[in-house]
Design a protein around this ligand. Sequence first.
Ligand code: ZN
Length: 130
Amino acid sequence: MHHQKPGARAEYRLQESIRIKDSVSLAEKFQKLKSLTVNLEFFDSEGIHRSSQVKYTVNLANAKSVFSFGCPNHECVRGDFDLSKEIADAVTARRKSVVGEMTCQGWRNRTTIDTIRCHNILRFKFSLTY
Ligand SMILES: [Zn+2]
């Protein structure tokens, strides 16, 4: 039995959680934004098997403007879905709805670092009011 060190995955998660915690709220960053509803569907790298779906109205006062979601691949290293830019672009353009897709750029697991990317897929939909 050997003790597992935190490793690249845990280190990245910690860095990300600090980056998120230190960002301002969505309400503060986008003062014209009245409401935001997101629909997130997580798929495997083939885009066929959906691992989970979540739909909710974001609490703008509490949600952080680094709007990032963890990759559902529990072994993924340095991957996640950061939708901050997608939100910012949508608000800047006063879009009422946005549909898009993002591919996880992390590594599939710790043995494939620098060789095989995770490539899980997030399909997202935002509904916004101002
Ligand atoms: Zn991933």
